[in-house]
Design a protein around this ligand. Structure first.
Ligand SMILES: NC(=O)c1ccc[n+]([C@@H]2O[C@H](COP(=O)([O-])OP(=O)(O)OC[C@H]3O[C@@H](n4cnc5c(N)ncnc54)[C@H](O)[C@@H]3O)[C@@H](O)[C@H]2O)c1
Ligand SMILES: [Zn+2]
Length: 366
């Protein structure tokens, strides 16, 4: 079974299990003890896969409780977190308790944040059920909720004890959600793989969409190990981990400018292309590599153009808004080559990009 080790410098290391049927191993992965196990899942995922997980965990003989919330990003709030905490505490979860986050990135971010703060921190296990959560959100210990002023503004670092990626659960995942994961996988290869890896991922995309197991297992493992490598380098996002924001500065601008009508994955795919064009215009990335990025996005079946009604000027404005809130000039996580993030003269993994360059890149994609 493919298994990847994540070894954050400041904490214990853990395994990411990637396998069809991996959820059956969940009971064996729960840290020893008698404490209550709290499953946190969105209602949709719980309905599809939760009952089996709950039954398996009951087999440990420990008390098991389920705390669910309404599926969707809109639930990633402090209010939802408080409700989940009430449910766990009312049911008697103690310091020896374990929180299992079952679902996509919303569930693993929320459950991880609950685990980070309840009783000042209990053990957390992530059971990601979207492709995005398997290769990205469940790995690395970033947990949190959104605020009306922006995404993920409140949170904590809390590494899981294990990540259990059961490829079988992808059978029920809507195609558009699979594409979101694919976009992040393209990003991973671009910041931590190489040209051959990019070719391989793109070639595997149709088989992955058909949920063919060898292709899925291989590519999920490759992508998860790139994420794991960045987490090992920089668990608290003080430096290198910023490279994982590739495509996301413009991507977030596209999401915002479209009133969140464009999915995160589509926005990241377009963002990767736009940022590659900007990088080549700045002389940071060779033109040939920028073309490679665009070809790969197209070949993976992901969008490379702004949808009708989302103008370059609006995206620029939305991108600037995002950055201004964080203070200072707009800085992007750009590529220096396929597989290599760009760094500035001081070694930082972000590069300032003048608005005129961003606009020019976006206009090429209108
Ligand atoms: N912590 C991190 O490092 C990190 C990294 C990337 C993204 N994220 C976060 O992840 C979130 C996005 O995650 P996501 O795309 O997984 O979204 P999500 O959790 O909302 O899941 C998407 C949808 O798919 C459904 N779903 C999940 N698994 C399913 C399955 N197996 N079958 C059928 N339906 C299923 C969910 O109910 C939901 O409706 C964002 O909030 C983002 O901020 C976090
Ligand atoms: Zn993303």
């Amino acid at each position: 079974m493919p298994s990847i080790t994540v070894a954050p410098q400041d904490g214990r290391s853990y395994e990411v299990l990637i396998e069809a049927g991996a959820l059956r191993r969940l009971p064996a992965l729960v840290p020893a003890g008698r404490g209550t196990i709290g499953i946190i899942a969105d209602d949709r995922v719980f309905g599809l896969h939760g009952v089996a997980v709950e039954a398996a965990l009951r087999g440990t003989g420990r008390p098991v409780i389920v705390a669910s919330f309404a599926a969707g990003e809109a639930s990633k709030t402090r209010e939802t977190k408080a409700g989940l905490e009430d449910a766990l505490l009312d049911a008697g979860l103690g310091r020896d308790g374990v929180v299992v986050g079952l679902g996509g990135g919303v569930a693993t971010d929320l459950a991880g944040f609950v685990a980070a703060t309840i009783l000042r921190g209990v053990a957390f296990i992530a059971a990601p059920t979207t492709l995005l959560a398997m290769v990205d959100a469940s790995i690395g210990g970033k947990t949190g909720v959104n605020h009306r002023l922006g995404k993920n503004l409140i949170g904590a670092f809390h590494q899981p004890r294990a990540v259990v990626a059961d490829l079988d659960v992808l059978a029920t995942l809507p195609a558009a959600e699979l594409d979101c994961g694919l976009a992040e996988m393209v990003k991973h290869v671009l910041v931590g793989g190489d040209e051959a890896g990019l070719d391989r991922l793109v070639a595997a995309a149709p088989a992955m969409r058909r949920l063919e197991l060898p292709a899925l297992a291989d590519e999920v493992a490759r992508s998860a190990s790139i994420k794991a490598r960045y987490v090992a380098l920089d668990a608290r996002e003080a430096g290198a981990r910023a490279a994982l924001n590739a495509g996301h500065t413009i991507g977030h601008g596209i999401e915002r400018a479209s009133g969140y009508g464009v999915s995160h994955g589509s926005a990241v795919a377009i963002g990767l292309v736009a940022e590659a064009l900007a990088a080549s215009r700045l002389g940071v990335l060779e033109e040939r590599d920028a073309r490679r990025v665009r070809e790969a996005v197209i070949a993976a079946g992901l969008p490379d153009r702004l949808p009708a009604g989302v103008s370059p000027a609006r995206v620029l404005e939305a991108t600037a808004f995002d950055k201004k809130r964080l203070g200072g000039e707009p800085r992007f996580s750009l590529l220096a080559a396929i597989g290599r993030p760009a760094r500035d003269a001081a070694g930082a993994f972000t590069i300032p990009v003048p608005p005129a360059i961003t606009l020019e890149a976006l206009e090429q994609l209108a």
